[in-house]
Design a protein around this ligand. Structure first.
Ligand code: PLP
Length: 423
């Protein structure tokens, strides 16, 4: 019999009497939701204000590529935040990055094409690919990374030997490359501009679709020239590097993004930034055409929240809060564990600490030791090649500080004990 759960927390075995702290959860937590709940209420009241003559429109079927007002507001907000233009006509609203990604791969990759992924990458996708749950690709290849991004020599060696169906009008891409170039999950790495440009060149040369998962881009805490989390500029997104004016432009990059990380995952709203031909195909795709937009109602309320400035304020507060946390947690881990050979990243954005134990140790073994009290994502789950065994990913977004900080302290105790036992 399948088991039914009443809540996300019950499903994870936390909440209620359980004292377990799940540092694996990559989602904003209760502190953030309290503010988003107030915001959604205010935006809903504002939206249905009787003086708004078009207020009922969001109850009707919408435009195939998403709510017009949301696309306008989002383009304005993203352009201001990125300090580089995002056009509303490139934005296609979907139900969150997971559903967007599934639909993209399902539509374009039906012929057993290869899917290249970073090694390590987003654990949920990697586990799905490893379990062969997925319907969209028969072959997945992991490509290693350094702090500036994907190892392109390794990628090109695979591309040179790649066999598979020839591209045609219906299937214009030879393979897919899934990347998280900004505040990568799990490492926190940010791709350098140079690496981004080289990726575009390779994508054009080998007819790749590059799916740039940008769900963390707005969670910026500092940039090379600015340590202020409110003023810091997010890194340039890959879509921008795929310049439409280039002679060899081939519609190589699509951005996948979401409200899940900077606002709330329950909203189930996200967006693609899509090249023209792909956009036209998605507009006429059954899901958008028959459904007339993927998420009209919530999109309309979010547009009103933008107009009231509520989302903008929330993101600012979130950035300041996470920036402070990163500093505190990184310091705690480094002060307590660096003498034991443990390292921890200092991310400039995103949601994760990526902690490395000494090489001979295993994060899976550590998890077995502490799982009744604390859980995290061991590196093995993030890696398609089953490497990164000594790494663990800790998310600082979900819990209030009074639970999070002692839990990370306790995790340090477990790590120290494990290292001492193994000596
Ligand atoms: C890199 C990455 N992409 C996508 C998602 C899921 O996004 P959504 O909630 O919009 O489906 C996550 C959530 O953890 C993620 O880390």
């Amino acid at each position: 019999m399948p088991k039914f759960y009443n809540s996300f927390e019950e499903c994870l075995g936390i909440g209620g009497d359980s004292k377990k702290v799940c540092l694996q959860i990559g989602a904003p937590g209760a502190h953030s939701m309290r503010n988003v709940a107030k915001m959604m209420k205010e935006a809903t009241i504002k939206h249905f204000d009787e003086s708004n003559p078009r207020n009922e429109e969001i109850l009707q079927y919408g435009c195939c590529s998403g709510n017009y007002e949301l696309k306008q507001e989002l383009a304005k907000y993203l352009s201001e935040s990125y300090r580089n233009p995002v056009k509303s006509e490139d934005i296609f609203v979907h139900n969150g990055a997971s559903q967007g990604l599934s639909n993209l791969l399902y539509y374009y990759f039906q012929r057993g094409e290869t899917l290249f992924v970073e090694d390590p990458s987003y654990w949920n996708l990697i586990c799905d690919l490893k379990n062969k749950n997925t319907m969209f690709s028969t072959k997945t290849i992991g490509i290693g990374m350094d702090i500036n991004g994907l190892n392109l020599d390794e990628l090109e060696n695979h591309l040179k030997d790649m066999k598979g169906p020839e591209p045609n009008d219906r299937y214009p891409y030879r393979a897919a490359l899934y990347l998280i170039p900004v505040y990568q999950n799990p490492t926190g790495y940010v791709y350098s501009d140079e690496r981004c440009k080289e990726i575009i060149q390779l994508a054009r040369k080998y007819d790749l679709m590059v799916i740039s998962d940008d769900v963390y881009n707005l969670l910026t805490y500092s940039s090379p020239d600015c340590d202020d989390p409110i003023l810091a500029k997010p890194p340039t997104r890959l879509f921008w590097h795929d310049n439409k004016d280039d002679e060899d432009y081939k519609e190589s990059v699509v951005t996948l993004s979401s409200f899940s990380k900077f606002l709330a995952p329950g909203l189930r709203v996200g967006w693609f930034e899509m090249p023209r031909r792909m956009f036209r195909i998605f507009e006429t795709y059954f899901l958008s055409d028959s459904g007339s937009g993927w998420n009209e109602y919530t999109s309309g309320i979010l547009a009103s929240a933008f107009k009231l400035g509520l989302i903008q304020d929330h993101v600012k507060k979130t950035r300041v809060h996470y920036r402070k946390l990163i500093h505190e947690l990184n310091k705690m881990i480094t002060d307590r564990l660096s003498a034991f050979g443990v390292t921890c990243n200092y991310p400039t954005g995103g949601e994760f600490l990526w902690i490395a134990l000494p090489r001979h140790l295993s994060a899976d073994v550590l998890l077995e030791k502490c799982k009744e009290e604390i859980t995290f994502i061991p590196g093995s789950r993030c890696s398609i090649s089953q490497s990164h065994l000594n790494y663990l990913r800790v998310c600082y977004a979900f819990y209030d500080d009074d639970v999070l900080i002692p839990a990370v302290g306790k995790l340090c105790d477990y790590i120290k004990k494990y290292i001492e036992e193994s000596e």
